[in-house]
Write a new protein. Structure first.
Length: 451
């Protein structure tokens, strides 16, 4: 057991330790079994199989310990085996695994709704619905917006990612690997230009001007009065951790309000302390009409939610929203415990501390290395965009090579970006400084080697 300054206790030793020739025999055997039974369309980033995970460490079946800079794609913010979450799950599961909230309801669902209504931005009257995945939350946010407005059109943005179901594929911007050959896609989805400061033709363009560019296009191509919803990730995730210019989100939200358009913030990736605030929209004081949540919400248990204006959510006829597993009681217990841990460990403060530590190191490195085009992000949602030396041409090969080298040295690191040229850092928020610095040493060496 080791303890950090912020009193987080770990079960597994927080130390990177990998055999030079991993994957070991047990992982190799599992890969063989997998090939015979698991569909080839499901890919994994690393060739080892997890046996245990805690704090910033994932241990594989052969005893290798990797530093986790992905948190299962921004999910295990409180750690993959936070004692409070584990205890709550055990307690809940001993009573009942499922009854279906639409059949025999239970308190946990209500408790989660109370927490989400309290934590999401705005002090207006709110209502919450629970689902299983991020995509399902997005689907339902759009359903509610269409019903409440009586309009069809939905506006999404360049570089957006909203999921893999039919409607959310339509909302997602990137063809490969998410959409190619999976169509036809849902209609009435319109794509508008994003504010992407690093790649703007005019680097001087302000957030308000970038919003105006999108609004003008909406008015020309659709007409504001036809639009049911604008959906946007306040910091885009899969698209490259793109932080829009200051003022972009508030201007869009203000215009949506004026036109009676439902402003949906997709905080599936950016929510729950990830950016150093409960939600990324808080950085600019934006209050969405509906907010979609998943990932970090339940410490790794599958749960998602939409929380929004009571008048919108309550416009839906009884029975209009639901699903067999939505708000599973064990997942609800985990969510209440995970939110408790976020508050107890003050993970917003912890995320801001991670930002300071990581950005400082990366900015120094950027001044020495030509292939780092941009370093950006908020809290513990940070990214490096790689370019060919002295240009803005995306450098996907270097990005891939750097991620591969990090893995070889025992650091699990994720890439993203429309051009596949972004390394994103999404550590569990409970990771200790020593482990994080060790991971950054590995990353820095890999970047220098590639440069
Ligand atoms: N909205 C903003 O980031 C999920 C998906 C990775 P689900 N992002 C990771 C992959 O390759 O499938 C995501 C997101 C935002 C919606 C979703 C969808 O959430 O829980 O994966 O359905």
């Amino acid at each position: 057991m080791t303890t950090t300054a912020n009193e987080i206790t770990y079960r597994l030793e927080q130390k990177r330790k990998v055999q030079a020739d991993f994957p070991g025999p047990k992982s190799v055997a599992l890969t063989e079994r997998r090939k015979a039974v698991v569909a080839g369309g499901v890919a994994s980033s690393v060739p080892v199989y997890a046996a245990d995970a805690d704090g910033g460490i994932i241990q594989d079946v052969d005893g290798n310990s990797f530093i986790d800079l992905g948190a299962g794609i921004a999910v295990t913010s409180v750690g993959a085996s936070d004692p409070a979450v584990v205890g709550a799950v055990k307690e809940a599961v001993e009573h009942f695994t499922h009854t279906c909230f639409m059949v025999t309801p239970y308190e946990g669902y209500i408790a989660v709704a109370e927490q989400l209504n309290r934590l999401t931005p705005g002090d207006h009257e709110k209502r919450t619905v629970l689902f299983n995945s991020g995509a399902e939350a997005v689907e339902n946010a759009v359903k509610v917006a269409r019903l409440a407005t009586g309009r069809d059109a939905v506006v999404a943005f360049d570089h957006a990612y909203h999921g893999r179901t039919n409607l959310t594929m339509a909302l997602t911007a990137k063809a490969m690997p998410y959409k190619t050959n999976f169509g036809p896609f849902a209609p009435e989805v319109y794509r508008m230009p994003m504010s992407y400061p690093f790649r703007e033709e005019n680097p001087e363009i302000t957030g308000a001007e970038a919003a105006k560019r999108a609004i003008t296009m909406i008015e020309k191509q659709i007409g504001g009065e036809q639009v049911a919803a604008i959906i946007i990730e306040p910091i885009q995730g899969e698209g490259g951790f793109i932080v829009p210019a200051k003022g972009f989100l508030p201007a869009l939200a203000a215009w949506a309000k004026e036109k009676g358009i439902v402003f949906i913030a997709d905080e599936v990736q950016s929510g729950f302390c990830r950016t150093g605030e409960w939600f990324a929209v808080n950085h600019e004081g934006v209050v969405p009409d509906i907010i979609t949540m998943a990932k970090g919400i339940a410490g790794g248990m599958p749960l998602s939610a939409i929380t929004g204006r009571a008048d919108l959510l309550d416009a839906v006829h009884p029975g209009g929203l639901g699903g067999t597993y939505g708000g599973n009681p064990v997942a609800c217990a985990a969510a209440v415990a995970a939110i408790g841990s976020m508050e107890e460990y003050d993970l917003n403060r912890r995320a801001r501390h991670i930002e300071e530590l990581v950005l400082g190191r990366l900015r120094r490195l950027q001044s020495e290395v030509g292939i780092i085009g941009d370093v950006r992000g908020r809290g513990a949602m940070l990214a490096i965009e790689f370019v060919k030396d002295g240009t803005k041409d995306p450098h996907a090969d270097a990005t891939k090579a750097i991620a591969a080298q990090c893995l070889k040295d025992g650091v699990i690191i994720l890439t993203c970006g429309t051009y596949g040229n972004v390394i994103r850092l999404l550590p569990p928020l409970v990771i200790g400084d020593e482990l994080l610095n060790d991971a950054l040493d590995v990353l820095e060496a890999a970047i220098r080697a590639a440069a």
